[in-house]
Write a protein that binds this ligand. Sequence first.
Ligand code: ATP
Ligand code: MG
Length: 438
Amino acid sequence: MDKLQAVKGMNDILPPDSARWEWLERTLCDLMARYGYQNIRTPLVEPTALFVRGLGEVTDIVEKEMYSFVDAMNGDQLSLRPENTAGVVRAAIEHSLLHDGGKRLYYMGPMFRHERPQKGRYRQFHQIGAEALGFPGPDVDAELILMCRALWRELGLVEGRDLRLEINSLGQPHERRAHRAALVAHFEAHHDLLDDDSRRRLHTNPLRILDSKNPAMQPLIEAAPKLIEYLGDESRAHFDGLRRVLDAAGLEYRVNPRLVRGMDYYNLTVFEWITERLGAQGTVCGGGRYDPLIEQLGGKPAPAVGWALGVERLLLLLAEAGVAPAPVPPRAFAVLPSPAVLAQALPVLEALRAAGVSVLMHAGGKDGFGSMKAQFRRADASGATWALVFGDEELARGEVGLKPLRARPGEATGAQVTRPLARVAQWAHELLDDNPSL
Ligand code: ATP
Ligand code: MG
């Protein structure tokens, strides 16, 4: 039989690596709560039309990266979500989330894009995202950016060294139209210097030419008219407002007039957090304002701003930077001479777990549990601080033995003590004590 394998570009997340994911998720949830962002979870599958209308027909994602299919049961055109802003906005409209004012939301979960798999680029990947719906001012843009900085710091990354911030303003649609016309004129005047991709984009999405990574195109791109020169007073004021808050917060950034984003829905603020440590896949987090999108998807007009970060890229960066969560071994390992003692031991283990103590049990053997010596070896290898010894002698006295497995440097491990089986709540806390020598 053929070996069954995961789909190319879609990865299993296995222990011990999954612990790093959990650590990141816990850190994130905790941080979001402190900023007042609430969790939202939307389906992995949405109507294809949502992304076509939301992201724009001539974006890379919609043109060539979407997993789209027809529901064989009813003929519906569906897609695996390639990103989650459109889904969040759909849900906000569908459930009138903005009826009593702005909403601060965050999500995390898998996204799907049919790209060429490589380091930091996969077909199923994960994003964490934050969206602030209904707030027009640049202070919310700044809040979202500062939240990223807080996340980097809490994970142990250093901004400046590991990540840097670039910002830009895309202005409003009419300003972009004026700029776009100037841009098309500029590239048309040098049509012979354009590569194939750029020629194709010239009349569909000329802004994307600025994104070209082709070195031969760079001088022409460098000389192209800059959007910032086409911004009106209001757009400028928004950008200045953002910069004032970032400056006041002591956050360093670079204004990159060439920074554009792949999706059509952005206006005003755009930003990216970039690392030099991951080669070509250096954009860890990207976002910006997308005031037109809610109305574009059929909602009552309302401003919006948000960001999304690539979890895999962030974890790669954390590994490059040498940041890792401390492993969390069990506090205690239960050593059981025979299955006969389970009836007495299990209630103790359950009571300990209820009291917050993590306990690993040597279990599942068909012919008993193996020798005590072998179990003590396993207890030690598990990294547990304590062995819980349910030996026949201890049990006969209605007790369990607590044997410290670790010693402080230079000290001998403490001697085993005994505690009553019946009153676990009275001594459970001793197992949470970091100093195992009694
Ligand atoms: P890129 O230019 O690298 O393709 P993008 O502009 O398509 O990125 P966004 O749609 O803005 O990316 O998504 C936000 C973040 O999600 C990216 O900055 C990146 O960290 C992550 N990301 C995007 N596509 C992938 C992918 N295929 N695999 C892993 N992470 C991804
Ligand atoms: Mg992309």
